[in-house]
Design a protein around this ligand. Structure first.
Ligand code: NAP
Length: 244
């Protein structure tokens, strides 16, 4: 059997970069997608140094035409996409009463609509092969709610609904659809939070630390593996126990 190809969105840094690394070192061919081609190239070249087969594609997840063009290009390079990790995400926090329309739209378009349109692009190939793995990166806040993040939480809760609906639709084609819900993870996304808030989150976490991108990548690697063949429609919490 030829190597399987995984496409990871938001692969230039943080959790996505760790997912790309985990999948490349497990023998998958990896397509790295995000907006900044330069940053993707840098991530990909460190994988190639270790012998991985990679391809870089600049995609703006907030733009359905960019998604279609980018994924078509990647599928041409590697034949087809067997695994999709919808990881790219953004926050534009603010209280609902003052939230600007552009901040609502950007977050929903990138996190939720972008994931859906990426799935639509890879589905025909997966259906033909009667094999596929889709993992959507949600968040613990989708399960708990969070003040000041109505847009982000709605997008991440939407991903859980999308995951379950598609698991129903695609199971008969041997395509699994799961979500991972990370807790508080040390990346650029959380870098700007105050030390006080970070300590508060750590204190509330039974495992008494922030998660690492590698903690999330390990869960993704499992869900896309053959060992996870009978798991679909599941939301896997990787949150140090902050929400059970
Ligand atoms: P990050 O360090 O901010 O990285 C975000 C990635 O997404 C980057 O590669 C970025 O690259 C890409 N991206 C952003 N907007 C994009 C767009 N419009 N089109 C294409 N790519 C885009 O974030 P992270 O912490 O690794 O988070 C990864 C995922 O985990 C996100 O979905 C996030 O919501 C989720 N999550 C994170 C945490 C946490 O504590 N860190 C917790 C729960 C869930 P470009 O800027 O070059 O496009």
């Amino acid at each position: 059997m030829s190597k399987r190809t995984a496409l990871v969105t938001g692969a230039s840094r943080g959790i996505g970069r760790a997912c790309a690394h985990a999948l490349a070192t497990s023998g998958y061919r990896v397509v790295l997608a995000a907006r900044s081609a330069d940053k993707l190239e840098e991530a990909a070249s460190s994988l190639r140094e270790n012998g991985a087969e990679t391809f870089v594609v600049a995609i703006d997840l907030a733009d359905s035409e960019s998604i279609a063009a980018g994924i078509t290009k990647a599928a041409k390079e590697f034949g087809r996409i067997d695994i999709l990790v919808n990881n790219a995400g953004v926050t534009k926090d603010g209280l609902a009463v003052r939230m600007k329309k552009v901040d609502w739209d950007t977050v929903l378009q990138t996190n939720l609509s972008g994931s859906f349109f990426a799935i639509q692009q890879v589905l025909p190939g997966m259906m033909r092969e009667r094999w596929g793995r889709i993992v959507n990166i949600s968040s613990v806040v989708a399960e708990m709610g969070n003040p000041g993040q109505a847009n982000y939480v709605a997008s991440k809760a939407g991903l859980i609904g999308l995951t379950k609906s598609l698991a129903h639709e695609l199971g008969s084609r041997n395509i699994t659809v799961n979500a991972v819900a990370p807790g508080f993870i040390g990346t650029d996304m959380t870098h700007g939070l105050s030390d006080e808030l970070k300590q508060k989150m750590i204190d509330q976490t039974p495992l008494k630390r922030m998660g690492t991108p590698e903690d999330i990548a390990a869960a993704v690697r499992f869900l896309v593996s053959d060992e996870a063949a009978f798991i679909t429609g599941h939301v896997l919490d990787v949150n140090g126990g902050i929400h059970m």
